[in-house]
Design a protein around this ligand. Structure first.
Ligand code: B12
Length: 212
């Protein structure tokens, strides 16, 4: 009886790609909601991974494996996630030009997807214009920008200026993240929301929209 969702989070922490997917599929079959699968299983697992990484208890290849386990498990509930997705609106997310880091950005994308957003993931090394064009095309509620290098952080401000020049700055909330990014930096460049991690991103976006 009953799939134990803590086993699911454990399989993510351990990077057990097949097991995470099987447990996810079993939970779906038993009628567990995708919200519970995400929030009590997959997300909990990935948060533990984040903590362990910070405490030097896990190494990068293991983190990548865990992220793969989570995204592979999410593939099996994607159609269900998409059903709820329209309710939360669209998010466009990408990593800035000159920056090849995508692990954190993809985690943020997965968390937002899990929270019910339809996510358009532009990928890494995206020129400023690609963000502006994507906002024009997809009309997202939220634009997520990721940068992991101090040398590429300035692109974030440039993208916001690009939105202003295109006359669409007020049509989208801008959320930024990445290890070197801070709250002060977000204020400095005029971003709407800063988040130190993916879960906080979802929460802060929610607070931002609630505050209107
Ligand atoms: C893995 C890694 C790489 C991999 C990237 C693989 C990949 N597919 O992403 C590779 C090997 C390619 C790489 C290359 C380089 N890297 Co590197 N890399 C890292 C490392 C070790 C981990 C980054 C990571 O994935 N962390 C795990 C994830 C989960 O955390 P995260 O990215 O911070 O994301 C979380 C939050 O920041 C947030 N978040 C992130 N983005 C977003 C976006 C939104 C919208 C939201 C809401 C939240 C959010 O949520 C995430 C999850 O909670 C870091 C060290 C570190 N401590 O960060 C260095 C690091 C970022 N790299 C660094 C450097 C210098 C480089 C290189 C220049 C190295 C070199 N000399 O070649 C190149 C540059 C390549 C390039 N042009 O981008 C430096 C940057 C220093 C700086 N301040 O500028 C770091 C800090 C290492 C160091 N201490 O020197 N790197």
């Amino acid at each position: 009886m009953g799939v134990d969702l803590s086993k699911l989070s454990e399989s993510v922490v351990k990077g057990q790609i097949d097991e995470a997917r099987q447990l996810t599929e079993a939970a779906v079959e038993e009628g567990v909601s995708v919200e519970d699968i995400m929030n009590q299983g997959l997300v909990v697992g990935m948060e533990t991974v984040g903590q362990k990484w910070k405490n030097d208890e896990m190494f990068m290849p293991e983190v990548i494996r865990s992220a793969k386990a989570m995204s592979n498990a999410m593939d099996s509930i994607r159609s269900e996630l998409e059903k709820t997705a329209s309710g939360m609106g669209t998010m466009v997310i990408g990593t800035v030009a000159g920056d090849l880091h995508d692990i954190g950005k993809d985690l943020a994308a997965m968390m937002f997807e899990g929270a019910g957003y339809k996510v358009v993931n532009l990928g890494i090394d995206q020129p400023n214009d690609a963000f502006v064009e994507a906002v024009k095309e997809h009309k997202p509620k939220l634009l997520g920008i990721s940068a992991l290098l101090t040398t590429t952080m300035p692109r974030m401000g440039e993208i916001i200026n690009g939105l202003k020049e295109a006359g669409i700055r007020d049509e989208v909330a801008v959320i930024i993240g990445g290890a070197p990014v801070t709250d002060d930096f977000a204020k400095e460049i005029g971003a709407d929301i800063y988040a130190p991690n993916a879960r906080a991103g979802v929460e802060r976006a929610e607070e931002y929209f609630k505050a209107g």
